[in-house]
Design a protein around this ligand. Structure first.
Ligand code: ADP
Ligand code: MG
Length: 228
């Protein structure tokens, strides 16, 4: 479904601080449900995930989603594909303080023009599935760490994406919350979502739900095998 051919990303091209974070990667992600990108800090995981998730364009190479080459599309089409295909869970969660959990979750759906009532119903169902209904009207700053994490998951699900991308999702979670997080990912994988995780947390990459581990170092893929 996702295919990369010779993909590179160079930052600050032509400047003294030019840096190539991803170097000529070839990669196919097909039927696997849960894939982990594993590698030390600075190995290019976030850069690669942002290219796959249409948040950044490669400086060389081609990216395909299904049969469509997305690397050549103008930004406005890329934004549309991103919104329809990917849901993102960021390490820092990036939830907006001062507004409620529900409002945070609904935000990424506003540009789709979906009717407010429908959207709210959809959001409520997601809150139910994540056992979070009691916090739906709570402001973000009132939530516990685990609740905030689930709101971030709910927000990633609002546009019903085929692919969830989570970048170091357990970096700020204790063991119990990390296990809870992986349990939710397991459920979503069973529901048919594809889940791409960047992590060097053993709790993530040794999880039974992981079908494939792609190891990265210095912007290159150094290992590519089945999960445990
Ligand atoms: N916007 C940027 N400008 C310059 N260098 C960057 C930028 N983003 C990332 N890098 C560099 O690219 C390398 C890979 O970063 P990143 O993809 O964030 O790795 P990881 O997620 O594996 O820690 C790092 O050395 C980082 O400093
Ligand atoms: Mg990173």
């Amino acid at each position: 479904m996702i295919s990369l051919k010779g993909v590179s990303k160079t930052f600050n091209r032509g400047r003294p601080d030019e840096f190539t974070a991803v170097k000529g990667l070839n990669l196919e992600i097909g039927q696997e449900r849960v894939v982990v990108f594993k590698g030390p800090s600075g190995s290019g995981k976030t850069t690669l995930l942002s290219i796959i998730g249409c948040m950044a364009k490669p400086t060389a190479g081609r990216v395909f989603i299904g049969d469509e080459e997305i690397s050549s599309l103008p930004d406005r089409f890329l934004t549309e594909i991103r919104r329809g295909t990917f849901g993102f869970i960021f390490q820092q969660l990036n939830l907006i303080q001062g507004i409620t959990a529900l409002e945070n979750v609904m935000l990424p759906a506003y540009p789709t023009g979906c009717r407010h009532r429908m959207l709210k119903d959809r959001a409520q169902r997601i809150f139910e599935a994540l056992d979070l209904c009691h916090r739906i009207d709570a402001k973000i700053e009132w939530l516990s760490g685990g609740e905030a994490q689930r709101v971030a998951i709910a927000r990633a699900l609002i546009n019903d994406p085929a692919v969830l991308i989570a970048d170091e999702p357990t970096a700020h979670l204790d063991t119990k919350l990390s296990i809870d997080f992986m349990d939710i990912m397991s459920r979503l994988a069973h529901e048919g979502k594809t889940i791409l995780l960047a992590s060097h947390d053993p709790l993530v990459f040794t999880s039974g739900i992981v079908e494939r581990i792609i190891e990265m170092r210095d912007g290159r893929i150094t290992g590519n095998g089945a999960g445990t």
